[in-house]
Design a protein around this ligand. Structure first.
Ligand code: ZN
Length: 216
């Protein structure tokens, strides 16, 4: 890819598919093998920047960086880390909308590897199944902890909840600040990005507006 095209793509924040583009051999290596390799690579990057890696303050940085990438920021790449979404029979027969508001989003933009910070609001209308409330937060956290594009994050959460709850009646709204917009490039400190994805009953404007009113 040409350098100009890379810049264009990075600034347009294009999402190509709902699935995170992973290689088939993505998890052939163990976490520790990955941490060792990334540590060496990051050491080389710091070295290229001219930093003295024998300095006490810097010598542990490549390891800290590698561990943070594999175990924290990008733990959500590995499907083995997906939280178990235990659902329960909707024994109350609750058939109205349930809304989970202000769920923290801590993610990273895949074009610049800089933080995306914001909140998500999720609504669903139960059929036969309901889900433990904290499971929704955990699911959002899992998909956020990948190199992401906000549109795709929104779709991945929607699709997973629709599958787990066995209903199309789910809506996901995410509002977030992208550090690649606020700290570099245009350096706009105030703007934020909102994405909205939904299915089933939420296609009806009346149902969608009822949800939007509750999260207002
Ligand atoms: Zn970015």
């Amino acid at each position: 890819m040409k350098k100009e095209d890379i810049e264009l793509l990075g600034n347009a924040h294009i999402a190509t598919s709902i699935d995170t583009p992973l290689r088939p051999d993505a998890f052939d290596k163990s976490d520790n093998e990955k941490i060792n390799a990334i540590q060496r690579h990051f050491e080389a990057i710091m070295h290229e920047l001219g930093l003295d890696l024998t300095d006490d303050s810097l010598s542990g940085t490549p390891y800290r960086f590698a561990k943070m990438y594999v175990k924290e920021l990008f733990y959500g790449l590995n499907p083995n880390n997906r939280p178990k979404i235990s659902t329960f029979h909707n024994k109350y027969g609750y058939k109205k909308m349930l809304v989970e508001k202000d769920i923290n989003i801590d993610s990273s933009c895949e074009h610049h590897f800089l933080p995306i910070v914001g909140i998500a609001h999720i609504g669903y209308i139960p059929k036969d199944k309901v889900v433990g409330l904290s499971k929704i937060n955990r699911l959002v956290d899992y998909y956020a902890h990948r190199p992401q594009v906000q549109e795709r994050l929104c779709l991945q959460v929607l699709k997973d909840l629709q599958d787990a709850l066995e209903t199309e009646d789910v809506i996901v709204v995410i509002t977030a600040k992208h550090l690649c917009v606020s700290s570099r490039g245009i350096k706009d400190k105030n703007s934020s990005t909102t994405t909205i994805e939904y299915g089933g009953n939420f296609i009806e404007p009346e149902q969608r507006n009822a949800f939007l009113k509750l999260i207002d």
